[in-house]
Design a binder for this molecule. Structure first.
Ligand SMILES: NC(=O)c1ccc[n+]([C@@H]2O[C@H](COP(=O)([O-])OP(=O)(O)OC[C@H]3O[C@@H](n4cnc5c(N)ncnc54)[C@H](OP(=O)(O)O)[C@@H]3O)[C@@H](O)[C@H]2O)c1
Length: 268
């Protein structure tokens, strides 16, 4: 397991975050990881950490067992065209992080039946706090377990049906932006009440972390924790109700649904 060689094809935002996440666990040495991109000079910092960085995708495939596809959707066709002759169903497992491209479409592009797993992590993978959803059609159980164990050390993992991958993209990957915009809004309220920006941000961030940890560790419904904070006729319920009168929950639900609709129309 520790010696599995991983090729990350497409060392952009996500690919680089995965490389950094794997390294930060200490379970993967730099020589277990190869990262490819065409403009290799953009990821010189990975080279400095001892990671092999190359623009030669075919060589990276030959030197690896697990292949993580991290290019943009429109870049995938060309990448698969380049590497497909070097893929072997006995030796390789393909893990695609790419939004909007199904296992069936990847299989058609590769031209053979192949163990393919779709993974939907988020950028918190760089700090080992990702929420990653995994789905497969043809990977064997042990291949799935191996990929799950890799993503488990970089956060939490949930195995889902492939039909829900688009929804997982919105909730988990876009969800990072949704949560951060809320944190920014909370901090802005703090500034208006008199805090300096850095103080307001520190309070907002740690409060959101505490709220999330209460649910992660306690496992109960958020409303049960909300009940503990909302004194009758108090300031918290006044603030919460004002937010809801202005459509807080409704805006979030509509935003999530709008993202989900958009995913279906992303150009490949
Ligand atoms: N960002 C997220 O939170 C997130 C979460 C889940 C899934 N995803 C998915 O992850 C994928 C990557 O997203 P991103 O935000 O990381 O995009 P990105 O920053 O644009 O990264 C894509 C990388 O692929 C490289 N690339 C393009 N063609 C290549 C080729 N033929 N061979 C090797 N490398 C190639 C590009 O570098 P060069 O131009 O130098 O080659 C670029 O660095 C997308 O499909 C996205 O849907 C992203």
């Amino acid at each position: 397991m520790q010696t599995t060689k991983i090729a990350i094809m497409g060392g952009g935002n996500l690919g680089k975050a995965i490389a950094l996440g794997l390294l930060s666990t200490g379970k993967y040495q730099p020589d277990h990881i190869i990262v490819t991109r065409r403009r290799v000079q953009e990821i010189e910092d990975l080279t400095e950490k001892g990671v092999r960085v190359t623009s030669d995708n075919q060589e990276a495939v030959r030197a690896s067992e697990l292949i993580l596809l991290c290019v943009q959707p429109k870049q995938l066709k060309q990448l698969l065209q380049e590497i497909k002759e070097h893929l072997s169903a006995d030796h390789h497992v393909l893990v695609s992080t790419i939004t909007g491209i199904s296992i069936e479409e990847i299989e058609a592009a590769v031209g053979k039946k192949f163990p393919i797993i779709r993974a939907m992590p988020n950028t918190a993978i760089a700090i080992r706090e990702s929420m990653t959803c995994l789905a497969t059609r043809h990977a064997r159980r042990e291949q799935m377990e191996q990929v799950e164990s890799i993503f488990d050390i970089m956060g939490r993992t949930l195995i889902i049906e492939e039909e829900l991958i688009a929804a997982a993209t919105v909730l988990g990957a876009s969800g990072i932006a949704f949560c951060l915009r809320y944190i920014r809004a909370l901090a802005q309220g703090g500034i208006q009440m008199g805090f300096h920006a850095d103080e307001a941000q520190a309070i907002a961030v740690q409060t959101c972390r505490g709220a999330a940890t209460l649910i992660l560790e306690g496992g109960q419904h958020p409303e049960m924790e909300i009940d503990k904070v909302t004194t009758p006729q108090g300031c918290t319920i006044a603030g919460l109700n004002e937010m809801e009168h202005n459509g807080l929950s409704s805006a979030v639900i509509k935003g999530v649904v709008a993202s989900h609709k958009k995913i279906a129309n992303i150009k490949k």
